[in-house]
Design a protein. Structure first.
Length: 128
């Protein structure tokens, strides 16, 4: 049996997350290039790379690139998600244990207080 011929869009991988990143970078460079003309040269390079990538027939390689980019992006997001800012409140003072990093809170206005951490049992002083 003869296999049907693939259409243009079946031969090319199309738009994925990695391509979206390059497209957004292109748009940012073009927008900034309106104010600083030398940025239009890197914008042109990004556009050529994006079009070359979109029109590439090597689907497996493009999928590997996309998977690597997504893994890198997720690791960066995980790093930022891990850093939670302790909330500010008028009634309570929020702080972390210097030994284990356990988040705690005290009512404000108690002055200097000696605290025992519940998770690691270390003792330290803090003021609220």
């Amino acid at each position: 049996m003869e296999q049907p011929k693939k259409t243009f869009w079946q031969k090319h991988p199309g738009f994925d997350v990695y391509s979206l990143f390059w497209f957004l970078l292109f748009l940012v460079l073009v927008a900034l290039g309106r104010f600083y003309l030398p940025l239009l040269i890197p914008a042109l390079v990004v556009l050529v790379y994006l079009l070359t990538r979109l029109l590439s027939k090597n689907q497996e390689k493009r999928q590997v690139e996309n998977a690597r980019f997504i893994a890198l992006f997720r690791s960066i997001l995980r790093r930022f998600r891990g850093r939670k800012i302790l909330q500010t409140d008028k009634e309570y003072y929020y702080f972390k244990c210097p030994t284990c990093g356990q988040a705690m809170r005290l009512p404000r206005g108690l002055g200097k207080v000696e605290i025992t951490c519940r998770s690691c049992s270390s003792r330290f002083e803090t003021k609220s």
